[in-house]
Design a protein around this ligand. Structure first.
Ligand code: HEC
Ligand code: HEC
Ligand code: HEC
Ligand code: HEC
Ligand code: HEC
Ligand code: HEC
Ligand code: HEC
Ligand code: HEC
Ligand code: HEC
Length: 325
């Protein structure tokens, strides 16, 4: 529980008066630290508590906030939040600036830091808790709290800017273009996409202006804790087949390596992002197949097991049990 009480707030108002009228209310000045010198985090909110940093604050409406914080006007008013959270039928705790910052009456009175939720908390859950008051589907259907992102203490504002500039041109209040945003933290992943063969995701806009048709978010749903690696599908094979349907059969002669029963199926032979080998394969040449077919190591093919006219249909065949065509 970390909220200011109305009593405390009043004490500070008292302090202001005391400064103007020396001698009056002097004892209260000594009891309460002055808010004007507020250092450290602003008070935070927890479910069940009144939605304000100063207990007993009134709702004042965004117009009042913008009177003092004019710099947010143009930007905030163009966001989905301003459009959706400025309607008479919506309850006051879900409207405008106060939907996130809490009732501002106490802060208006004190004109000070530390008297309003300021998203300056060490604990990321104090922030996500406020966003999730409304975006609860992130928890109920996407299991946000199970994602590697939540577990790595990411905050919503690491990727989203609630007061996004009106001319930023980014959808979903994102801080940057999707791939650029992901790469800003996942720099080693960007390296994968510079590999000899790779999925066409643009990681160097300057060098390859036409470099991509895919986004990271075609395969990843970064708010979802379902399945491995926050993928859009619970099974990697289903993800791959959503674009490469022809590799899934059903074939008259299937290749068990493509079967889910053998672990990661497509990932037995392919990397997801990029590799130094043709066709995103994990290894070049025979060694790819010899991962499993150790009994064939004497089977001396000149380069690979599939390019030399032998097992060309290694994803499955309708013609030949030895997957040759
Ligand atoms: C009467 C003028 C006034 C009004 C009205 C006002 N503010 Fe402020 N606000 C201030 C001042 C002054 C500061 C302190 C700025 C500083 O110290 O840099 C501040 C600081 C803040 C901060 C940063 C607090 C911190 O602890 O870092 C936030 C967030 C904020 N205001 C939001 C709001 C919101 C939301 C509203 C409307 C509910 C609002 N303000 C209404 C004057 C006002
Ligand atoms: C959707 C939630 C949301 C809404 C609505 C919202 N804010 Fe904020 N506000 C935030 C978050 C999150 C931060 C912290 C941002 C950051 O660290 O990048 C913040 C930070 C601030 C700050 C402090 C900036 C600083 O540098 O310390 C001020 C002032 C502020 N908001 C004012 C407003 C005003 C005025 C409005 C209405 C016009 C408003 N906010 C509406 C979420 C919101
Ligand atoms: C009071 C309820 C409420 C709170 C609190 C809230 N949101 Fe929202 N948010 C909404 C509504 C309503 C929409 C619009 C949904 C729509 O248009 O379908 C929205 C839309 C969004 C969008 C999509 C924007 C777009 O352009 O499509 C993002 C991103 C978002 N919110 C992030 C946040 C973050 C981050 C926070 C916490 C800092 C937050 N929201 C807090 C209600 C809220
Ligand atoms: C790692 C970056 C990242 C983090 C952290 C993150 N988001 Fe997002 N968010 C995105 C991206 C990227 C999109 C756009 C999705 C797309 O393109 O399909 C998005 C879209 C959204 C949308 C609108 C799309 C929709 O499906 O309605 C909302 C609302 C949203 N995020 C809320 C949140 C909230 C609330 C949090 C914190 C609990 C959060 N996000 C944390 C990256 C992030
Ligand atoms: C602010 C930094 C940041 C941003 C931006 C960010 N991530 Fe992450 N991401 C992390 C951290 C930290 C982890 C957890 C540690 C790790 O695995 O590297 C993580 C983990 C992941 C994982 C691994 C999941 C697992 O369970 O193995 C994936 C996938 C991922 N992020 C995708 C994305 C995508 C896609 C985007 C862009 C929409 C994105 N990230 C944006 C910081 C970030
Ligand atoms: C074609 C689909 C696809 C695209 C596009 C994609 N990923 Fe992945 N990503 C995957 C799959 C599948 C995995 C799981 C790999 C595994 O388990 O071996 C993965 C794993 C990851 C991981 C976990 C660590 C690792 O490397 O295995 C991170 C982080 C990640 N992706 C980030 C990104 C980022 C950032 C982008 C965009 C630049 C991106 N991904 C684009 C499919 C994709
Ligand atoms: C969202 C669609 C999408 C998903 C999902 C997807 N791919 Fe792709 N894949 C593509 C596109 C687009 C290309 C490029 C096709 C081209 O250049 O003709 C491609 C190319 C490939 C290639 C050939 C690369 C080369 O250099 O010749 C392989 C192999 C491949 N994907 C495997 C996979 C695997 C394995 C998965 C699952 C982890 C997967 N793909 C998921 C869209 C997708
Ligand atoms: C036994 C290893 C192996 C498995 C398992 C495997 N592949 Fe492949 N795949 C290959 C090889 C080798 C090539 C290169 C073929 C060539 O050069 O003709 C290839 C090529 C591809 C290509 C690009 C060439 C083309 O024909 O379009 C795609 C797309 C592809 N695989 C998708 C998949 C998907 C999706 C899965 C999982 C359902 C999968 N692969 C499972 C070995 C495998
Ligand atoms: C992840 C393990 C794995 C990998 C990697 C793998 N296979 Fe297989 N393959 C199997 C299994 C299991 C069977 C069916 C069981 C059996 O008969 O040995 C099979 C069957 C076959 C068959 C059918 C004939 C037979 O002996 O039953 C051929 C041909 C074949 N694989 C070729 C390849 C080629 C070519 C590659 C490399 C592109 C490859 N395999 C990679 C696991 C694998």
């Amino acid at each position: 529980m970390k909220q200011l009480t109305a009593q405390g707030a009043l004490a500070v108002v008292g302090l202001c008066i005391a400064l103007l009228l020396p001698g009056v209310l002097h004892s209260q000045e000594e009891q309460e630290p002055p808010l004007m010198d507020w250092v450290g985090e602003s008070p935070h909110w927890e479910p069940g508590q009144e939605f304000s940093a100063v207990v007993g604050s009134t709702w004042i409406g965004s117009r009042e906030c913008l009177y003092c914080h004019e710099e947010y006007k143009l930007d905030f008013l163009s966001t989905a939040h301003a459009r959706s959270l400025h309607k008479a039928e919506i309850s006051l705790d879900r409207q405008g600036c106060e939907a996130c910052h809490g009732a501002g009456g106490g802060h208006q009175m004190l004109r000070s830091r530390g008297a309003i939720f300021a998203f300056d908390w060490e604990d990321p859950e104090h922030e996500t808790g406020i966003c999730l008051r409304c975006h609860e589907w992130l928890t109920t259907s996407r299991e946000w709290e199970r994602t590697s992102h939540a577990r790595a203490s990411l905050r919503c504002s690491d990727c989203h800017d609630p007061h996004q500039s009106h001319d930023s041109g980014m959808r979903f209040l994102l801080l940057a273009d999707v791939n650029e945003l992901c790469i800003s933290c996942h720099m080693t992943t960007a390296e994968d996409f510079r590999g000899f063969s790779h999925h066409p995701v643009q990681v160097d806009p300057a060098n390859e202006p036409d470099g991509g048709v895919l986004n990271c978010t075609d395969c990843h749903e970064v708010h979802s804790g379902h399945g491995p690696a926050m993928l859009t599908q619970r099974k990697i094979k289903n993800l791959c087949l959503s674009c490469h349907i022809d590799k899934g059969g059903p074939f008259k002669f299937s290749h068990m390596s493509v079967d889910d029963a053998l672990g990661e199926s497509c990932m037995n032979c392919h990397a997801a992002h990029g590799t130094g080998n043709p066709a995103l394969t994990l290894m070049d040449g025979r060694s790819l197949c010899l991962q499993c077919h150790t009994e064939r190591s004497e089977h001396n093919s000149p380069s690979t097991c599939w390019t030399t006219g032998c097992h060309h249909a290694m994803h499955g065949s309708n013609n030949d049990p030895f997957l040759r065509f």
